[in-house]
Design a protein around this ligand. Structure first.
Ligand SMILES: [Cu+2]
Length: 160
């Protein structure tokens, strides 16, 4: 990723974080309302911190979101203390090259639907990882849904 692109992503994410400040419905565990989340994982990442203290490593969080209700919901944002910024991204092949885009208005979770975040598709981009993510450890992330509120999940670190 070119530096200019990274800065643009950070600006976008800052807006998203501000948009998330209003969440007040917070629940622990892996389900809230009609939304349940499973298979949350991240590959191990070595956190590279440069001489100015800037965290330069990125990673991707994968998970499966299920909506058992008759009303669609939207994953509006994600936060995780292990990184500086988290964004909802979609990878796509464009003219034979893998590219990724941020989804600025979040990701709809259809009624009675399931969305898989997996390599080559949707992922939560973890930008500016602050500490090593070692295989076998876990870390916490918060998923902010428009209807279901905030869900805290534990990500496994390893390979699926
Ligand atoms: Cu990405």
């Amino acid at each position: 990723m070119r530096p200019g692109k990274a800065i643009q992503l950070m600006v976008n994410s800052t807006l998203l974080l501000f948009a998330s400040v209003g969440f007040h419905c917070s629940k622990s565990g892996t389900s809230a309302g009609d939304i349940s989340v499973r298979h949350v994982w991240t590959r191990p990442v070595h956190a590279y911190i440069d001489s100015t203290g800037k965290a330069l490593s990125n990673g991707a969080l994968y998970l499966t979101i299920q909506n058992t209700g008759s009303t669609a919901d939207t994953l509006e944002g994600v936060s995780a203390a292990v990184c500086q910024v988290s964004e909802i991204h979609q990878s796509k092949m464009v003219q034979g090259r893998m590219t990724m885009n941020m989804l600025p208005s979040g990701l709809p979770i259809p009624a009675y639907g399931e969305i898989k975040f997996e390599p080559g598709s949707y992922h939560v981009m973890l930008i500016g990882i602050k500490r090593d993510l070692n295989a076998g450890d876990t870390f916490e992330a918060q998923l902010h849904f428009r209807r279901a509120g905030t869900l805290s999940v534990q990500s496994q670190i390893g390979t699926p």
